[in-house]
Every structure is written in C-alpha cells, then in structure tokens.
Design a protein around this ligand. Sequence first.
Ligand code: MG
Length: 376
Amino acid sequence: MGVDSLAPYAADELRSRGRKYDEPRAAYRGEYQRDRDRIIHSTGFRRLVYKTQVFVNHEGDLYRTRLTHSLEVSQIGRTVAVALNLNEALTEAICLAHDLGHTPFGHAGQDTLNACMRDFGGFEHNLQSLRVVDVLEAKYADFPGLNLMFETREGILKHCSVRNARELGDVGERFLERKQPGLEAQIANIADAIAYNNHDVDDGFRAGLLSLDQLREQDLFETHYSAVHRRYPDLEDRRLIYEIIRRMIGTVVTDLIEETRRRIETARPRSIDDVRDAGNPMVSMSEGVYGQHVSLKKFLNQHLYRHEQKLAMTRKVQTVIEELFAAYSDDVRRMPPEFAEAAANLDEVGKSRIVADYIAGMTDRYAIAAHEGLMD
Ligand code: MG
C-alpha cells in the first residue's frame, strides 16, 4: 500500500525494486512494515540485547546494549522521516537492522575478528548486517535470509569497498556508480550517530569515565549546561545530565530536519532516483551544528572509547575472539552441526567465512562461555 502523504521523492513500495524472491503481498501491512516485522522476529535481532554497545553487557544493567541503541536510533530516525514526509516504516526497518551484523564485544570484537580474517577477505560489521538478512537468517521455507525489499537492504549497507560492491550485485551498484542511497537510508545513517553520541555521554558519565568538567569543554554540551544550570541551579547531577542530553538531541534533530528541508527545497528532487543521482547526501545538519556534533564524537572517541578501563576490557576480549577463531578454524566440528556441515568441504577462505559468521552471531556471554568451554 502506498502512503498518501509521502513526498514524491520518498521510497514508495509501489515503485520499489522489490524483493529478490517474489512473494504475494500481505493483506494488512505495507511491504516495508513487513520488513520491519521480519527484522524484529529475527534471531539476530533478539541477540542484540546481549551484545555490547560500548559497555560489555555484564558491566551493569543500565548501559545501552545493541538492542536499546537500535531502538533509540529508530525513534530518532522515525521522527525525522515523519517530519519530512518520508517513509517511516522503511526508516524504522533500516534503523532496527543496522547493527545486526555486530560481533560480541562491540568494536573491539569487530576489529579482532577483522584481523583474524585478514587473509580471508576481512570482516566488516556493516557488510555482515546485510549478510545476516540476506543469507544467515534461516526462517523461511522458500528462500534464504529474510528476503527484504531492495530499499531496506540498500539502507543497511552504509558503506562498502569497491571489491565487495562488485560481488554484491544490486545493492553494491551505487558504490561503483558513486550514487546516494534513498533519503530514508540517509536518515538512518545519521540517526545512528546522533543516538550514540548522546547515549554514550549518559553511559560514560554514569560509569564515572567522563566528568562534567570534561563534558563542559564541548560546545553542544556547554550551551545546554549553562541554560539548565541557570534555570535549575540546585538540580542533582544525574537529572542535570538527562536534561542536557534531551536538549542536545532536540537541538541536533531539529537542525537536521530543518537543514534537510532546505537542501531538498534547493535540489528539488522529483523522485527517489533524483535523490540517488544527487552529488551529495540531502539529509544533513547545518554546518555549525554538524561541527559541534563531530567535535563531541571525537571527544568520546578520545576520552570514552579509548579510556584505559575500556582498553583493558578490549585486550581481554581480543584473546577470547582470537582463540575462538583459531579453535574453530583448526577443527570446524567444534562448531554446532549446521556451521560444521556448511564449512566441511570448503577451502580455507570459505571455511574462515563460516567461522566468522558463527563468532559474529555470538552474544557477549555466549562467546565467554564458548571460550571457557574450549579451554577446559
Ligand atoms: Mg549503530
């Protein structure tokens, strides 16, 4: 079903490039709603609850996990999509699926698995998200994966090397032709960055790894800190931080909507193809706010993600991933039967990919338990 209020340049299922395997339409749902539902029902999605965003799951109950991160990305993305008359269901589907390919232990896990796969094509979580929905989910009698709509898959694949793009076919084309994805995909991409920038301030502060004084060196934070502090001088730190963060999200999201609206008015796209052919993304913050956003991102990179306490955890999980990879590569029968059988007659490259699939699918605690099991 098409949505009446959609802008002409929004993704519309009636003009979609469709699914790889034809399916009859659903009676009561649009096709992108259906994609969103398939993602929510997937095994990969349920695992996100036990996967690290920045803090390993067992470090505390209040920190974001990949699941709560994905939900925050989705609600930011949907707000922007609706404000711009774009496709909300598609935006939601992309946001919910964007991290499905993440390894256990966050970026430390991904970097280690990538290093293990150095001679076998590497490992990249974003590409893996697409592999999860295209290949690895085994839920339907008629086809592998979730058989999602082209635009959903296009949105999941945020970046891609030329070599991988050639192998990927349809969704890889835009990286070879230097085209943009649809606006819903562009929104999901930025909503991801807005979500983590803000929730990592919250989590980092809660963990005691970031201080108010440090945060106040950031313009985006300081502007709202002064306003909140002036109005509520006695507010305790915890509520102060929440109040600042909700205002920061408000500022950035409002700016994103208004700047994007301006860019759309200037570029005057008449269809999603005009959006794809445009030289630059149309979904964008204004220069000033983008500068503050990037500055905060760099700050978190330096002071939170590379904090000594995080690095100590990183070294620990590197060993877990490396030893799991070595053990399964050495004998694929150490993996569950479906992976062992899939890897049985493959060459080194193919076998390593199956091992990487298995490890990438693990939750933090499953990986730790599997590692302990191997060491016994
Ligand atoms: Mg993310």
